[in-house]
Design a protein around this ligand. Sequence first.
Ligand SMILES: Cc1ncc(COP(=O)(O)O)c(C=O)c1O
Length: 427
Amino acid sequence: MNESLLDRRLRVIGKGAPLFYEEPLHIVRGEGVWLFDAQGRRYLDAYNNVAVVGHCHPRVVEAIARQTATLNVHTRYLHENVVRYAERLTVTFDGQDMAVFTCTGSEANELALRMARMFTGKEGIICTNNTYHGNTAAVDELSTTFTDGRTGSARVRSVLFPESYRPLRGLQGADLLNAYVDEVRLAILDLQRGGFGVAGMLVCPIFANEGLPEVPAGYLERVAQLVRDAGGLVIFDEVQAGFGRTGHYWGHQMPGGITPDIATLGKPMGNGYPIAGVVSRAEIVNTFRDRVMYFNTFGGNPVACAAALAVLDVIEDEKLIERVRDVGSYMTEALRALMATHEQIGDVRSKGTFWAVELVKNRAAKTPAPDLANAVVNRMRQHGVLISAQGMYRNVLKIRPPLPFATEHADFLLETLERSLAESIDG
Ligand SMILES: Cc1ncc(COP(=O)(O)O)c(C=O)c1O
């Protein structure tokens, strides 16, 4: 008997390598917001932000093919693509005028940490208690999603992420804001007492991995002030929040956001072609460049930049950010309407076309329902819609489709969600 693809994978890649869904998917083709499996069945992709302008977008495919057929080489020659891309990228920021390119979001965060530590002369970093920023050794010190919320590093402090749904000690309003700000104040003191000082605070501006919480108004501004007063830098991980996802170019450009000192970018940047990077002010980048001969063989090579340029072209020409705003509010309203008939939906949060649907056993007690979330995710996959679950208690449905997601796709998703919820509750 032929060994299945799954068995072969388990044998050579190992069972520790994560695979989505109880019945793993074997995807062979993508087009727009659709994915097709080996049997030709189609799935609505409501999860993948990497294919930000849609799977296999013809303009990105063409740009990659054309550049691959012309030249691809490491990054120590003059090339128009990387310069043009850095120019076009930096004008979408407010005050960050230089870029450094890498291949992955992990590398970008690693580089941001090195830059912050070098610029400030300090070591300490603050992150949240339910986050993921990547897999390199230095970045792994901050990734608290797969631990009990604490970091394994003496030079890193994790603070409770700010939220209003399960507010700290049941506080509200200004008291709640002050309590979360105090978390950062204490972390700063502790790092200073430990002799590390504060190099910076690294967070996602929309707290995506934390479950997209409703953040008490004024939080980012207040903590940024504390961090900067302590001599540290504000670093925003835009790997999930960036490239139009929120209805703004960058997550930190949403109302209530603030301008960071360093931003890190990744996933959607090349629509699947590996390219990531750091964007910052010249004084920060140059302090690093003056001391370190940093180069990255593949990061920002001619093909990577051709892909990334095409992504910007499509976002702008197809007016995807405007579309995100329209479809975003359409589906948010519809999801909220479902709360009237579905006691299990405890909360619906959204930023553009990024939704977090909090499933609970009891709406008043807000008891997380991770088993229900898992059942719904797997039912939806069976019915042809791909989403995932995340959050502190793994009970938050994570919905984050490619940006060409339209209202008809939202309708199909909503129908499938209702059906899957009903089946999961009955079954
Ligand atoms: C917010 C955030 N930052 C960084 C990363 C790491 O990116 P990469 O897998 O490209 O190294 C991830 C990956 O999931 C992420 O979600």
